[in-house]
Design a protein around this ligand. Structure first.
Ligand code: PAF
Length: 284
C-alpha cells in the first residue's frame, strides 16, 4: 500500500491509473478503523481496480465543545489494517494540506434542509463540514465510486444529494451497518464506552427493532412509539437526543401513508453520542 500525504503526490500517483481507465473506488474515513470500515474496503475491492482510502479527522465537522481533540487517532494500527485488507493507496493529509488558509471566506458546501434535521439540529454546522470535506476529497481523488457506511444514514443522504446537485461523476454506494453480536452498531466512538456501558449500548438497536415490530404489527400511533422508545432508552441509562420514524428518502417525519421508512436514533451514553438506524418497507 502507498501512503501519501500530499494532494500533488496523490494526483501524480493516480494519473497512470486514470489514463489506463482503471476503476477507482474511494473510502473516506476519519481513522480509528474497525471491522465496519474494513468491510467498506472489501466492498471497494469487489467494485474497482484500485482502492483509495483516506484518513483525515476533519476539524470542520466538529462543533465547539465536541470531541475533535480527543477523537481517537490510531494511525499506525489503521495502516496495518488497511494493508492486511488489500487497500492500494492511503491518503492521509494533515489539516494544512486540506485547509491551507484559515480564511473565513473559504468555500463551503451546504446541503440545505437535510442538513438542519436530526443530527444537523443537534450538531449545527456538522453536515456543512462533512459536505465540504467530502467534496474536496472527491476533487482530489476523482474516484468513479465512493463507499459510505449506512450507520450515518443522514450523512449518506447528504453526500448523495451534493453529488447529484453538483453533477459530480461519482457513484455513491451505501454499505450495510456492521454490528457487534449484541446488535450494537460498530463505531469509532464505541471506544469511549466502559464495559458496563457497552452492555447498555445494545439497547439502542433493540429499541429500533421493537419499534419496527410494533409498526409491522399494525401500531399506527407514531408519536406514541417514539415516546415509548425514548422512555426505554432513558431507563437503560441513555440521555435523549432523538428517536424518529421518518420517510426513508428525505428523513421528513413519516405519516401512516408512508411505507418506505427509516427509524433513526441518536442518544448519549457516558462520554459517547451513539447513532443508529434501520430502514425497511412496511406492507400497508
Ligand atoms: O463518516 C466519516 O467518517 C466522516 O464523516 C467522513 C465521511 C470521512 C468525512 O469526514
Amino acid at each position: 500500500m502507498h501512503t501519501i500525504d500530499s494532494i500533488n503526490q496523490l494526483r501524480s500517483h493516480l494519473w497512470q491509473a486514470k489514463l489506463d481507465h482503471k476503476v477507482i473506488a474511494f473510502v473516506p474515513t476519519m481513522g480509528n478503523l474497525h471491522e465496519g470500515h474494513l468491510q467498506l474496503i472489501d466492498r471497494a475491492l469487489e467494485e474497482a481496480d484500485l482502492v483509495v482510502a483516506s484518513i483525515f479527522v476533519n476539524p470542520l465537522q466538529f462543533g465547539p465543545g465536541e470531541d475533535f481533540n480527543g477523537y481517537p487517532r490510531t494511525f499506525m494500527a489503521d495502516q496495518e489494517k488497511l494493508i492486511s485488507r488489500g487497500c492500494h493507496v492511503l491518503f492521509a493529509p494533515n489539516v494544512d494540506e486540506m485547509y491551507p488558509t484559515t480564511n473565513v471566506s473559504s468555500t463551503v458546501v451546504k446541503v440545505p434542509h437535510l442538513d438542519q434535521l436530526l443530527c444537523g439540529a443537534s450538531r449545527p454546522g456538522h453536515f456543512t463540514g462533512v459536505a465540504t470535506v467530502v467534496s474536496k476529497l472527491f476533487g482530489i481523488v476523482q474516484p468513479d465510486l465512493a463507499i459510505f457506511g449506512l450507520k450515518d444514514y443522514q450523512q449518506f443522504l447528504v453526500i448523495k444529494q451534493l453529488t447529484n446537485d453538483l453533477c459530480l461523476p461519482v457513484k455513491i454506494i451505501g454499505a450495510p451497518i456492521a454490528r457487534a453480536e449484541s446488535g450494537l452498531a460498530l463505531s469509532s466512538r464505541n471506544g469511549y464506552l466502559s464495559n458496563s456501558e457497552l452492555g447498555q449500548a445494545a439497547q439502542l438497536y433493540a429499541c429500533l427493532i421493537n419499534c419496527r415490530l410494533a409498526l409491522e404489527q399494525g401500531e399506527s400511533d407514531l408519536q406514541k412509539l417514539e415516546d415509548q422508545a425514548q422512555c426505554q432508552l432513558e431507563s437503560a441509562g441513555f440521555e435523549r437526543d432523538y428517536f424518529k420514524i421518518c420517510r426513508q428518502n428525505d428523513l421528513q417525519p413519516a405519516t401512516n401513508s408512508d411505507s418506505h421508512l427509516a427509524i433513526v436514533a441518536a442518544a448519549y451514553l457516558g462520554k459517547a453520542r451513539l447513532i443508529d438506524n434501520i430502514r425497511f418497507t412496511l406492507q400497508l
